[in-house]
Design a protein around this ligand. Structure first.
Ligand SMILES: Nc1ncnc2c1ncn2[C@@H]1O[C@H](COP(=O)(O)OP(=O)(O)O)[C@@H](O)[C@H]1O
Ligand SMILES: [Mg+2]
Length: 355
């Protein structure tokens, strides 16, 4: 699995700490003990930034001037030594050679899920589309380039409409590019479906779900009849925007014919969102022949004990390295989770032994 050991130096509340992470892991411990900081260190290695602060100097342990994070990245028996050191600026090294976090990020796909994860289910379509775009970025880089061109054309088109200039050329460009992106999204969704079904059946026994791609064209047609979609031009005239709908498309999820978004609790939404991200990661693991890393912060919050055990059943499967934190896990013993159970307390990490 990609993360094969983690070494922290003067990072947040850690002085010098070697953590024997080498597979799926649970980091448990009281609030403020350093659990999220460990996920933050892994994220920093792969992305070159933090998910909690835009000032990397905040990550230096109080009283120190430099921090370091180091790991061995193990993929299909090939191993890379990856290091990030911050002193005035961030420097990243692969096998002791200067590199960028982007290069480290290319070694394995990494996803972070925190308390915001419920929005994938309860929020607007944008969060669900982002899931498909994330898959596109990893497995269809050529379509990803088309997607970037489309977004540029969309901005130009909106700008031309607002400035009262002819927008036809940008509209034509969007119409030309949209089918490529749409076909990719439909293809990606079809590839993920078996994994989404598998994850949902483990997490929601006895409940069935349908996942459908809605291309947004109905929404565009509906909106075209309403005032909301009219663009007001500087000369006082209006035009009706007829965009191809890509930015209104949605992954519609139903259970018993009803959209889950309308009746799911936050706990249920969290579980289903995890099923979607896990399924997407599982698809990536097959397609890219690599092992994705999923960081799951505070995984037990909002989930009852049954739901937590079902989730542990799913994430112990081998193809994804899931690293989770929890502050309330007294009921999970080493017998139930024999993979990697770590106790974190005041900046120290101890592996719980399978004695
Ligand atoms: N730069 C820093 N230097 C020293 N301690 C820090 C620094 N940044 C954060 N901390 C401390 O690190 C501790 C760990 O925070 P965190 O990883 O969020 O804990 P957890 O996720 O276990 O609740 C907190 O007590 C916080 O005060
Ligand atoms: Mg935390």
């Amino acid at each position: 699995m990609p993360i094969d050991g983690l070494r922290l130096q003067s990072f947040r509340c850690f002085d010098r700490e070697d953590i024997a992470l080498d597979g799926p892991a649970i980091l448990k411990g009281p609030n403020g003990s350093g659990k999220t900081s460990i996920l933050e260190a892994i994220y920093l290695l792969a992305r070159g930034r933090s998910f909690r602060t835009s000032r990397l100097s905040n990550l230096i342990r109080a009283g120190e001037k430099v921090f370091g994070v180091e790991s061995n990245i193990l993929i299909q028996s090939e191993s890379w030594s990856v290091k990030a050191i911050f002193e005035n600026g961030l420097k990243t090294f692969i096998n002791d050679r200067d590199s960028t976090a982007r290069e480290v990020g290319r070694l394995f796909p990494l996803t972070l899920m925190d308390s915001d994860v419920t929005q994938i289910i309860l929020g607007g379509p944008e969060r669900r589309r982002r899931l498909l775009d994330w898959l596109m970025f990893h497995v269809e880089p050529e379509t990803w380039k088309v997607w970037k061109l489309y977004r540029r054309a969309l901005l130009q088109w909106q700008w031309a409409l607002r400035s009262g200039m002819s927008a036809d050329v940008w509209f034509g460009r969007m119409m030309e590019l949209a089918p490529v992106i749409e076909e990719s999204r439909i293809r990606l969704m079809a590839s993920c479906l078996p994994f989404w079904d598998h994850a949902a059946s483990l997490l929601f026994p006895g409940q069935t779900f349908s996942f459908d791609y809605n291309n947004g064209k109905e929404a565009v047609a509906r909106a075209s009849l309403s005032e909301g979609s009219q663009e007001f031009l500087p000369d006082g005239s209006t035009v009706v925007s007829r965009s191809p709908g890509l930015q209104r498309a949605d992954v519609e999820i139903r259970s018993g014919q009803k959209p889950v978004r309308q009746f799911f609790s936050r706990g249920q939404a969290k579980l289903l969102a995890l099923a979607l991200v896990w399924g997407g990661s599982r698809f990536l693991s097959l397609k890219l022949e690599t092992c994705p890393v999923l960081l799951l912060d505070d995984f037990s919050s909002e989930l009852d004990e049954d739901a937590q055990f079902r989730l542990l059943g799913l994430v112990r499967e081998e193809e994804i390295q899931v690293i989770m934190t929890s502050s309330s896990l007294s009921h999970v013993s080493i017998e139930q989770w024999p993979h990697g159970l770590f106790h974190v307390e005041q900046g120290h990490v101890q592996m719980v032994c399978p004695c």
